[in-house]
Ligand binder design. Structure first.
Ligand SMILES: [Zn+2]
Length: 245
């Protein structure tokens, strides 16, 4: 393939734009916010599990407290009935004495139930504190997620803007070059990430290998408008260091 040396050198400008575009694509893929958001998603999921467990603990205690409350109500009702019967003072003395005994034991039962209820209410307060703590941490994590999403979106917008800028510069440059040269360049670039590289001294700028003597002889013999390629990496080598090479 043949191309004017000046045209060949413009391939390097095209390559500079394509390298910048590849770097932007890499930046988009490896934004630190992506990893941060994944870590935050894991954290939020663990916090949700924790929240469910804390809520269950509170609900269990509420149920136990309600049950005790009902027991206390039953004891109170029974006490009022007994007290009413005692106040009426009717019935045999033995029965009245039994009622008094029962009242003593009902009072003890009520006191035990109330102690147990108090104990459960203290436990509930602790459990509620745990639940509140988990919910606070989840709210903080959600705030951090929102802030991270904002930063990610800003970074993506910035990358998109730079890409558009580069693409706008690439389009007229590529259109200005011979289409067979650009096609060859694009094919090599798609295969290797780099389509054209300068030949600096005796080194290929693509694979960084020194050219063999035979290769150098071949390139020295080539006409200036010959498009020469590296034997090692097959990239287009653009001669930049004047005659002789
Ligand atoms: Zn090479």
């Amino acid at each position: 393939m043949k191309a004017d040396p000046k045209v060949q050198r413009r391939l390097l400008d095209l390559q500079a734009i394509d390298t910048a575009l590849a770097q932007l694509a890499h930046r988009r893929r490896s934004l630190p916010e992506r990893a941060e958001l994944e870590a935050l998603a894991r954290e939020l999921s663990a916090l949700e599990d924790e929240r469910v467990r804390a809520q269950v603990a509170v609900d269990d205690l509420d149920r136990d407290i309600a049950r005790l409350e009902k027991d206390v109500d039953q004891v109170r009702a029974r006490k009022s009935k007994d007290e009413a019967r005692l106040a009426a003072g009717t019935g045999p003395a033995r029965e009245l004495e039994a009622l008094q005994h029962e009242l003593v034991s009902l009072n003890r039962r009520q006191s035990d139930l109330e102690d147990a209820e108090l104990e459960l209410m203290e436990q509930r307060e602790t459990a509620q504190g745990v639940l509140d703590g988990v919910e606070r941490r989840a709210a903080e994590a959600r705030e951090r997620r929102e802030a991270t999403e904002r930063r990610r979106d800003e970074a993506l917008a910035e990358i998109a803007k730079e890409e558009e800028f580069k693409r706008n510069a690439r389009q007229p440059l590529a259109a200005d070059l011979p289409s067979d040269l650009v096609t060859l360049y694009d094919r090599i670039r798609e295969d290797t990430g780099l389509g054209a590289a300068p030949l600096t001294g005796v080194r290929c700028g693509g694979c960084r290998l020194e050219l063999s003597g035979a290769d150098l002889a071949r390139i020295r013999k080539a006409a200036p408008d010959d498009v020469v390629r590296c034997e090692e990496c097959s990239r287009i080598m653009v001669r930049t260091n004047g005659p002789g090479l």
